[in-house]
Write a protein that binds this ligand. Sequence first.
Ligand code: SIN
Length: 487
Amino acid sequence: MTIQIKDSSLLKTQAFIDGQWVDGDNGETFAVTDPATGEHLADIASVGAAETRRAIAAAERAMAEWKTLPAKSRSDVLEKWHQLIIENSEDLAIIMTAEQGKTLSESRGEVAYGASFVKWFAEEGKRVYGDIIPTPSDRRGVVVKQPVGVVAAITPWNFPNAMITRKAGPALAVGCAIVLKPAAETPLSALALVELANRAGLPTGLFSVLPGSDAPAIGGEMTANPTVKKVTFTGSTPVGKLLMKQCADSVKRTSMELGGNAPVIIFDDADLDIAVAGALTAKYRNSGQTCICANRLLVQEGIYDAFVEKFSAAVSEFRIGNGFAAETTHGPVITEKAAKEIHSKVENAVAEGATVVIGGQPGEQGACFYQPTVLTDVTDTMRVFREEIFGPVAPVFKFSTEADAVRMANDTEFGLAAYIYTESMGRSWRVSEAIDYGMVGVNETAISSEVIPFGGVKESGQGREGSKYGLDDYLETKYICFGALQR
Ligand code: SIN
């Protein structure tokens, strides 16, 4: 492998099942490439349903003891895992930039973000409280929270580290075991993470990682296997719906963090500089490949021209390129297919009358690059209004009144994140309450952290990750009735 890191034993190409590094049963592999250069990085073992079944059986065995340990003992192992992630953070960041393409500084940020979930849930796992309910007559009701059971997780390529720890952290902290299928584009980050978890002393079989190019085979086993009690997924809405349907047969619990179509609503009374800075971050973080990325900039007519001018001037300063190069501000998108899909949305907008203020073409740096783009004269019939763009394209829509802004913001089946820029306290409350989103940033777009409940409504999903609420997704509520207390 051409990735140069301090500890090359973090570079794994096999699956990790029941505490062993193994090839797939049929010896098949799939290739991982660097989206910036197209360079072949590694061939990774590709597993299927049979290996997934074995990992699930191992998880069940391992969980039998893990769930009975005092929370403090589980916490100690997670603390050690956190420490190892921090100690190896530069290596993890280099692996991430190589396989995902984001800039090295973004990768460093994500590794720290990912580590924060392990630390948070190591602590929070010790605070799983129940209730005592004063029931009628001589009875008492006791409510205890118990681990939901074996968890199956499917994670995306846009955050190859943090989306894993945001699921594995709470699951392990409360006593569950986990089997994980990482995205086929970015398995190296997942394999390095589980290597560190293993070094931290996680019991054998408790955390298996199942790389594979046949997602339906692995996902099909995860959703059909009766031992799995919970499926947690971050990815597209169509795949989330499919997994939910498959989980229905055995009535599994699910957590779904799905697509978004985030509006950034900028009112005439907003502080322009703060709004421009926030919109730039929200739109172009990870080259626009974030579920909570600004998808639609909704700008009130009085501030519209000034906003477009300032925003476009800042975008013209961006330098796209290889994420390892110091001058690069934004890396490639994940695949050539993704770059083509982004371009087809821009072409659709232009065909329907949009004006390209800046960008609007594939990048010249390679097949996976797309120019940071700003579009005006955009309308709600265009694909850039209706669909998740997942690329560095900012359509700037104009609105007149607060009611228009609320209507446009809600005119989507998605409901993950939304952002509002205004200096009016009353308006920020009114609009926050009127828009149907799981998360709202007021004069702020950097809303993510381990301490907040991340998640959406409508077709953006269900469940919350991070924060004290993030534990609930991995816990069952059991009621125990104590009777005959007067005897
Ligand atoms: C995502 O894109 O789903 C994750 C973004 C974040 O955690 O901020």
